[in-house]
Design a protein around this ligand. Structure first.
Ligand code: GLN
Length: 485
């Protein structure tokens, strides 16, 4: 297999043995990105020169005898809503075009410290609002498995980059499925960690009570190692959890005897296409053959996840996005207007349709007289959804269901039908609402497009998710398939 298509843990072995140099690896990925990105369109910004400089510096250190640490020398992609010091960070919005943050997000800082290499910043739905990456203000990204279909979203640039071999791994963010749904569509592994496991400092805020950063990789091993690199308490994020980070690598044992697997009925009801349900059930049966104890269960309130999300997320977004007024960041209208006019024109010119739509929805839901009817009610149902999961986790160690009801859809197919677009997230959103960790990994194909298996865990129990996912992965071949580009 070409270097650009291999998982990081394999490449690191080659680097350590000096079978390859970091420059060779980096050039392989950069050349691949050059070759495929005119059709995939995963990147908004490429960082070729920096990447090669970083690679040479790492080669010198390896030559001097330094031991390789996880993700040292590995070319990665970063979703363009993660702040990078001095490097343009747009959130795929015209309003942030040209914005160069004066600091690194905590996760970026951690990756720099571990000596990862940055290939570039990837495309997304504007401000991470969307499920197909078609809401980017610049251009849509395409799915490497079939470029007439979407990669999913909003982290579609990051998942497409990994699937196409244009990065070895990537970071994305997941507010309502934005890592797991595109991972499912692109046939890669993507995890949304427990809310608070990874610092959000420097992640441009969409809905702060839901946003989480997470890894996107070729396989479960890389996913566990990358989560280790980015996790941990951060005094710069008051919601980050102050608890030690386990060694996730220690959970990579293909052993599920006695593991209690719950299968939440409701997650198979909501428009899940038969080929998707079949592939997911096959995966569950495989784990059962390996000794897992499988039982159907119920999370009755999860079906309210979508309506609850579309009150809470826009409400938080309307508040978070109030800061883009043309004074401090990014775009400012060129028109000669008074201060109120400056705000109005700047925001009118700078935000795209979906973002404006969400700001209006959220402002309405929070306005006096409506707060109790919408935001308060949604917050209460949020508690009920959480309690459903708590009950399920009294009897089960993990819950398994589809990541998404369908495989990737055609570009343009759902842009005119916002409800259909949003239904793409029915299986992922309840997990954000409850703050739980969840992974998506490939479990089959339908009409040449990947299907995703979702494994949901207890708060801070990413380890058991990794163990389950690893056991499945070791027994199957899906993770070693690559897009035919
Ligand atoms: N697709 C969902 C939305 O449009 C979730 C996005 C996300 O997780 N960032 O809001």
């Amino acid at each position: 297999m070409e270097l650009y298509n291999r998982p990081a843990h394999e490449l690191q072995r080659l680097l350590q043995r000096k079978d390859i140099s970091c420059r060779e690896l980096t050039e392989s990925v950069l050349r691949r990105a050059d070759a495929v990105d005119s059709s995939v369109c995963a990147y908004l910004t490429r960082l070729n020169d920096q990447a090669l400089e970083q690679a040479d510096a790492i080669d010198e250190r390896i030559a001097a005898g330094e031991a390789i640490t996880p993700f040292m020398g590995i070319p990665l992609a970063l979703k363009d809503n993660l702040c990078t010091d001095g490097i343009e960070t747009t959130c795929a919005s015209r309003i942030l075009k040209g914005f160069r943050p004066p600091y690194d997000a905590t996760v970026v800082h951690k990756l720099r410290k571990t000596n990862a290499i940055f290939v570039g910043k990837t495309n997304l739905d504007e401000f991470a609002m969307g499920s197909s990456t078609e809401n980017s203000a610049f251009f849509p990204t395409r799915n490497p498995w079939n470029t007439s279909t979407v990669p999913g979203g909003s982290s579609g640039g990051s998942t497409a980059a990994v699937a196409a071999g244009a990065a070895i791994a990537a970071l994305g963010s997941d507010t309502g499925g934005s890592i797991r749904q595109p991972a499912s569509f692109c046939g890669v592994v993507g995890m949304k960690p427990t809310y608070g496991r990874v610092s959000r400092y420097g992640l441009i805020a969409f809905a702060s009570s839901l946003d989480q950063i997470g890894p996107i990789t070729h396989d479960v091993t890389d996913c566990a190692h990358l989560l280790n690199v980015i996790s941990g308490h951060d005094p710069m994020d008051s919601t980050s959890i102050d608890q030690p980070v386990p060694d996730y690598g220690a959970f990579l044992i293909p052993e599920v005897k006695g593991l209690r697997v719950g299968v939440p009925r409701e997650f198979f009801a909501q428009g899940v296409e038969p080929p998707v349900a079949d592939a997911v059930w096959k995966a569950i049966r495989l784990l059962e053959e390996k000794g897992a104890v499988v039982e159907e269960c119920s999370t009755p309130c999860a079906e309210y996840g979508l309506p609850v999300y579309y009150i809470i997320a826009p409400a938080e977004a309307s508040s978070n996005l109030a800061r883009y007024d043309g004074v401090q960041y990014g775009h400012r209208t060129a028109e000669d207007v008074d201060v109120v006019g400056l705000y109005q024109k700047t925001r009118k010119e700078g935000f795209g349709h979906e973002v404006k739509h969400r700001i209006m929805l959220g402002t309405y839901a929070l306005s006096s007289g409506y707060y109790d009817a919408y935001y308060l009610k949604a917050s209460r149902v949020r508690t009920l959804i959480k309690q459903d999961f708590e009950r399920a986790f009294q009897k089960h160690d993990v819950l398994i269901c589809p990541t998404c009801p369908t495989v990737a859809f055609t570009l343009g197919e759902k842009t005119g039908d916002p409800l259909q677009m949003k239904l793409s997230d029915v299986c992922t959103i309840p997990v954000n609402i409850a703050g739980l960790p969840g992974i998506s990994l490939p479990c089959g194909f339908h009409e040449g497009l990947p299907i995703g298996l979702q494994i949901i865990g207890k708060p801070l129990d990413e380890g058991t998710i990794f163990r389950t996912a690893y056991a499945y992965e070791q027994a199957t071949e899906w993770h070693s398939q690559r897009a035919p580009l």
